[in-house]
Design a protein around this ligand. Structure first.
Ligand code: F6R
Length: 607
């Protein structure tokens, strides 16, 4: 994900910026750049690829100056390239901007600016900010930035400098992290604390709607409308490694807790007046109507997301959907042709089996749509259409926020196709969209139950086997829950369709095999209760995951975790979160390497 660092003081800015960017490398990026100001000259140097490429370029150009901004970019709008890297400048090259987030209305702003004669040199949404600041600038940078903020929609952490005001660094935030580092005779901005930790431990944590004006000696924080904001200094007590993890003990835990923000990002800019739209493509109705069947192909967690997808697409589109494991798909002569839509799902966009399945599907004439996290990945490049999940980089090997944002993407995609085909009514779309919008708050409530997850994990830590059961969507989520437990805690776990247990597997249930029973889906609730009774009769200890207000299930099980009662059709996104956290705390209690489990790699590029 993108990273920002900025400096104003009496030292050379460039080495401080590069060092700060290096500290943000762990977040993942595909290009980097700096803008440094000296004696009315703005020097901008940027390079696609690793920071070392930028450093080589800097050696040749040697930009000097005591004020500057730097950025590592993780491509969203526009492929990774020198031109699309930040900082972006205006036509006059008087202004330079770094930005994290997404400017949702950039297309309309870009058109408007082009009508005013502005010429754009990148494909990014960010560049509009530089041109707008130039448009509004009448000798006061702070004013011009605030006028720009009034007009942009979306999320941002911004850093702005101007050739005419070399003693000022402006920063602003909405829905994207921003901190101000307080130094002596120098001040800093950063998207994350690690970028500035070697210079200061005193920070201001900036909130949404706040604008900061930094000089070497002063920091002024106001709202966009100009009211002064007084803040307490935040003293950072974490070491550098903990700071990278945002104070969390592991990346996995950080990523689990990032889910509410990830949901907001995944929805951002994609819904207007209860209709779904995607930034990168519009599908003609003839293309959609041509598809008689859908295949979803993926591996591991992404495959489990596909199993939920089957329920989503079949329910909303009333079209047959098959879900296949990518490594199986191409070897069984799949019945795929021009009338098939193949959806490949891959967080990394590089999984070899999924890529091979994509190529196989294309060879057979199918349309291929990718759901992925990584812009510029092989899968994103080779698919006909792409829906990005906007989860931000996932560093822990065990996938968490990518899984839930894959689900968000599937709901959006099904709504989009259903609305175009005219098979999803406005009323139905509204109910689902309202539920999707309620996800971040609901997820925060689920995440708040940390003590309960720890307590349950303590009970699991001595076990050798566990079962996850459920029906329908609950079964699909059970599969993901069992994979999480297996891969990070090394406890053997099985997920079973609850009604299928008695056809053989029930023989394995004893009082030593805890069962996690998912009782969230209302249409199968009574049936799942019966299955719970079957395992209880074999002495299993049962933990149920149920919906708040359920007074029934507690009578039959040993313990219940309740999740908020959101519209049942989108509940899988919430149901999985307690399972992620129980797995996390069980793995931690067993002393496992949570972020890098044995034998596993984050990106599987071999077949
Ligand atoms: C498990 C996990 C893996 C991946 C699988 C596919 O937590 O992360 O099962 O889901 O290797 O990876 P992507 O989504 O990158 O294709």
């Amino acid at each position: 994900m993108c990273g920002i660092v900025g400096y104003i003081g009496n030292k050379e800015a460039t080495p401080i910026l590069v060092e700060g960017l290096r500290k943000l490398e762990y977040r993942g990026y595909d290009s980097a750049g700096v803008a440094v100001l000296k004696e009315g000259k703005l020097q901008v140097i940027k390079a696609e690829g690793k920071l070392s490429f930028l450093e080589s370029k800097l050696l040749g150009k040697n930009p000097t100056g005591n004020i500057g901004i730097g950025h590592t970019r993780w491509a969203t709008h526009g492929r990774p390239s020198d031109e699309n890297s930040h900082p972006h400048t205006s036509c006059s090259e008087d202004f330079a901007v770094v930005h994290n987030g997404i400017i949702e209305n950039y297309m309309e702003l870009k058109e408007w600016l082009e009508e005013q004669g502005h010429i754009f040199s990148s494909e990014t949404d960010t560049e509009v900010v530089a041109h707008m600041v130039e448009h509004y600038y009448k000798g006061n940078l702070e004013e011009a930035v605030k006028m720009t903020l009034d007009k942009i929609h979306g999320s941002y952490a911004l850093g702005v400098i101007c050739k005419n005001e070399p003693d000022k660094l402006i920063a602003a935030r909405k829905d994207s992290p921003l901190v101000i580092g307080i130094g002596e005779g120098e001040n800093f901005i950063a998207s994350d604390i690690p970028a500035i930790l070697s210079h200061t431990r005193k920070c201001y944590l900036i909130n949404d709607g706040e604008v900061c004006v930094l000089t070497p000696e002063t920091i002024k924080i106001t709202t966009i409308s100009g009211e002064i904001v007084n803040k307490e200094v935040f003293n950072v007590s974490w070491d550098a490694e903990a700071a990278e993890k945002g104070g969390y003990e592991h990346f996995m835990l950080k990523e689990i807790h990032e889910q509410p923000v990830a949901f907001r990002k995944a929805l951002s800019g994609r819904i207007a007046e209860n209709r779904v739209k995607f930034e990168d493509f519009h599908l003609p109705l003839e293309t959609i109507n041509k598809w008689k069947k859908v295949y979803i192909v993926a591996c591991g967690t992404a495959y489990h997301a596909g199993l939920v997808g089957k329920g989503i697409f079949e329910n909303l589109l009333r079209i047959p959907v098959e879900v296949d494991i990518a490594s199986e798909f191409r070897y069984r002569r799949p019945l795929v042709d021009e009338e098939t839509l193949v959806i490949v799902i891959s967080q990394s966009g590089e999984t070899a089996d999924t890529l091979a399945a994509l190529r196989e599907a294309k060879n057979k004439g199918a349309s291929v749509l990718a759901i992925t996290n990584v812009v510029g990945s092989s899968i994103a490049r080779e698919a006909d259409f792409v829906v990005f999940i906007w989860a931000g980089p996932e560093i822990a090997v065990a996938s968490t926020k990518a899984y839930t944002t894959m689900l968000v993407a599937e709901y959006l995609l099904a709504l989009y196709l259903g609305q175009l085909k005219g098979v999803v009514s406005e009323a139905e779309a509204k109910v689902i969209i309202d539920a999707l919008h309620s996800l971040p708050e609901a997820a925060i409530r689920v995440l708040n139950e940390v003590d309960r997850y720890k307590e349950i994990a303590e009970e699991f830590k001595e076990k050798h086997d566990a079962f996850f059961i459920g029906r329908g969507f609950d079964w699909a989520v059970a599969l993901e829950g069992s994979l999480k437990l297996k891969e990070i805690s090394y406890i053997h776990a099985e997920a079973y369709a609850a009604g299928e247990l008695k056809h053989g597997t029930l023989a394995l249930i004893t009082k030593e095999t805890p069962v996690i029973a998912l009782c969230v889906q209302k249409n199968t609730y009574d049936k799942t209760l019966s299955n719970i009774k079957e395992v209880k009769a074999r002495d299993a200890e049962v933990l149920a995951i149920a919906i708040e207000g359920d007074t029934e299930v507690g009578k039959y099980v040993d313990d219940v975790l309740y999740i908020p009662d959101i519209y049942n059709f989108v509940a899988p996104i919430l149901t999985v979160i307690p399972l992620q956290l129980i797995s996390y705390y069980a793995a931690k209690a067993r002393g496992c390497n949570v972020d890098q489990p044995r034998n596993l790699a984050k990106s599987v590029t071999v077949e």
